[in-house]
Ligand binder design. Sequence first.
Ligand SMILES: Nc1ncnc2c1ncn2[C@@H]1O[C@H](COP(=O)(O)O)[C@@H](OP(=O)(O)O)[C@H]1O
Ligand SMILES: [Mg+2]
Length: 282
Amino acid sequence: MEPNFEGICAIVRSVGWGAAEILANQAQSFEVEKSGDSPVTSADLAANRYILEKLQAVFDPQVFAYLSEETYQSEPLESRIGRDWVWIIDPLDGTKDFINRTGEYAMHIALTYRGRPVVAVVACPGFGKLYSATLRGGTWVENQNGDRQRLQVSNKTEFSDLTVVASRSHRDARFNQLMDHFPVTQQKQIGSVGCKIAAIVEQKADLYVSLSGKSAAKDWDFAAPELILTEAGGQFTYFDQSPIQYNREDVSQWGGILASNGQVHGELCQTAIALLEEIDRG
Ligand SMILES: Nc1ncnc2c1ncn2[C@@H]1O[C@H](COP(=O)(O)O)[C@@H](OP(=O)(O)O)[C@H]1O
Ligand SMILES: [Mg+2]
């Protein structure tokens, strides 16, 4: 029997709002605990503690493994590899934007089964919104007043009508070249993967392109946003159109990823591969 994903999602939505409040309060005043390319603040740590405590009180760690950006390095690999049910958590996605106070930061929680997301919550405290999705249950947005509505991606198909979102801070020369030659010319920069996917399910954008360089995005950056997008009718794959696998030994997601409204997904994936071949030939 399939577990009650809607019941699980209701619990995670409540945890998501609690974590969103911690982040919004910390946004007024926080400490930078680690600077550099992967900064950590007091907000990441406080939200992480809260989320793990709340989830572990309900979802027995004997049954559910936990993979969180802030604690995965201190946990042995055996605690999660080969486990069916894994919570994948990013307590603060878009830390650079959080520090720079753009409001574009998010909190991600996904429940995965055998490496694929089945329940997801993405909160965007800077915009007072929380997105949730369950496998085959659709994508929903709610505000602090409890108003809730179902979301669907755009149905745009013409390249000239599409808008692509990409990272503000994770861009190297190869990625910039890809975007310069990309057939979709309306481009926006938004911080955090969660806020980028929120823009797509709110029909303010239609695609997201991400490419690893010396470093790569990690499982917790993509797991929850992926389900939020696919349950709203979009697609989220590697450039070769294969599905993202989570909870492998290496939590880095190397290579290129396209998230889209699903209308011209295959064509854009093929274009991205062809462009990279050309760029790499020099
Ligand atoms: N090429 C890349 N290399 C490393 N991390 C990346 C990346 N692209 C995206 N990310 C990760 O994805 C998140 C969103 O990045 P961005 O706001 O630039 O789109 C960040 O997570 P964290 O803020 O949780 O560290 C960042 O670490
Ligand atoms: Mg992140």
